[in-house]
Design a protein around this ligand. Structure first.
Ligand SMILES: Cc1cc2nc3c(=O)[nH]c(=O)nc-3n(C[C@H](O)[C@H](O)[C@H](O)COP(=O)(O)OP(=O)(O)OC[C@H]3O[C@@H](n4cnc5c(N)ncnc54)[C@H](O)[C@@H]3O)c2cc1C
Length: 388
């Protein structure tokens, strides 16, 4: 497969690159190093710009008003959008818009009116509630939150942990067991409004991401009506799984973007910094670190574009998405680590974005399925699906 961008793709890449370098990075320099938000006026001004560029909401399907941009091009643009300090988790501070939860596209017409469209308009924020204290790698077996039938609805009891942004969301999608005897075929997905009686954010869980928080959630006799079921009863796990697989591709792209930015900084520094009367770039030990960076980046880029290309062509891409997520998150971590080493003490400071990337990139080996689970997915492909 040839992954060189076409001239149309290159034009879009250049446009986004300019936007990041001319609009985002200078503004970011004035913010707190852990900031995840732009001042409201700047956010509005830059969002208007991305709309004028025709690139607002690039992950929104065309039928819901998104621009008609294929997944390969979106990956190429996501690599560009991540290339600034906050870029791993808040690329361009959200000024390119976004669908939020991919699963909400499965909603019926009534739910679309109440949740999807307000989310696309930026009026509502959502959380994704899958992981529980009993484990997130294997949610099909681990989910203990129960939903029991009552009064044309369901009563939820249980808890969730590490749920991003639930303290700031107006609603969330929550996976609960509706048939204990059926394993993964007994899980249903519910849309839960944050002000539903019986639902509450028990605490904020502080993580390596100092500016953003994960939360712990509690459901105590929390009643939701049948209208809040997303998709079909007992088919919630498929809703989670299909979309999670697809999300691994842009997730990998973000890691690649940050790795490229860290690598470019390390190259520039190595060419400039002198120790013991010689530029760092002339030291073989440093050259080899830069070579390993280059290989990690090219490997991750190749596998991520391969996964995207298969998805674009409607071919199975589960294994490819796992390889992309694995190579980009692990390789990206190594690249940032080497870039910090080359920068010496300066690499440890908040004067540079490296330390934030280092912390946040570490989460990427666990979030959206740990490396070991990705390897398990790939092993199943190699050894057969009966492997447990
Ligand atoms: C900052 C942050 C934000 C998050 N946001 C969300 C969110 O918004 N919504 C949500 O639902 N979840 C979220 N998560 C949860 C995340 O998806 C889980 O942490 C992840 O899936 C792993 O689940 P666990 O932590 O329960 O680890 P466990 O399932 O207990 O696994 C622990 C470790 O065991 C190893 N392991 C697991 N299975 C295997 C295996 N088969 N073979 C070998 N080794 C294995 C892995 O190294 C794994 O890291 C978030 C997590 C973090 C850290």
């Amino acid at each position: 497969m040839d992954f060189e961008p076409s001239s149309e793709q290159q034009m879009l890449i250049d446009q986004v690159r300019r936007f990041v370098r001319e609009e985002i990075i200078p503004l970011e320099a004035k913010l707190d190093p852990d900031s995840s938000e732009l001042p409201p006026d700047d956010f509005k001004r830059l969002t208007d710009k991305t709309k004028a560029m025709g690139l607002f909401g690039i992950d929104i399907p065309r039928e819901f008003g998104g621009p008609d941009i294929d997944i390969v091009t979106r990956v190429l643009l996501a690599i560009e959008m991540a290339q600034h300090r906050a870029g791993l988790y808040v690329p361009c501070y959200g000024t390119f818009g976004g669908a939020g939860l991919a699963q909400i596209f499965e909603a019926n017409e009534d739910q679309k009116e109440r949740y999807l469209y307000p989310t696309l308009r930026g009026e509502k924020k959502a959380f994704f509630g899958l992981t529980e204290p009993s484990g997130g790698s294997d949610p099909a077996r681990a989910i203990q939150t129960r939903a029991e039938r009552k009064d044309n609805g369901w009563v939820l009891n249980g808890s969730k942990i590490f749920i991003s942004n639930a303290d700031r969301a107006q609603y969330g999608i929550v996976f609960a067991r509706t048939d204990a005897s059926k394993g993964r075929a007994g899980i249903t997905c519910f849309i839960v409004d944050s002000d539903t009686p019986g639902f509450h954010v028990r605490r904020v869980v502080h993580t390596l991401r100092s500016s953003h928080y994960a939360t712990e959630l509690e459901f105590k006799d929390c009643w939701v009506s049948d209208h809040q079921v997303l998709g079909e009863v007992n088919k919630g796990f498929a809703v989670a799984n299909d979309r999670l697989t697809r999300q691994r591709i842009p997730y990998a792209a973000g890691c690649i973007g940050v790795a490229i930015a860290a690598h470019e900084m390390a190259i520039e520094w190595a060419k400039m910094r002198t120790t013991f009367g010689e530029k760092l770039a002339n030291r073989q030990a440093v050259q080899w670190m830069l070579v390993d960076n280059e290989i990690d980046i090219r490997t991750a880029r190749h596998f991520t574009l391969e996964a995207a290309e298969k998805a674009r062509r409607g071919l199975p891409f589960r294994t490819e998405a796992a390889i992309a997520k694995l190579t980009a998150s692990e390789g990206g971590g190594r690249v940032v680590d080497r870039a910090m080493q080359i920068h010496g003490g300066m690499g440890m400071t908040k004067d540079l974005p490296l330390e934030r990337w280092y912390r946040e990139m570490r989460i990427r080996r666990v979030g959206e399925g740990p490396s070991e689970v990705q390897r398990m997915v790939i092993a199943r492909e190699i050894l057969g699906s009966n492997l447990r």
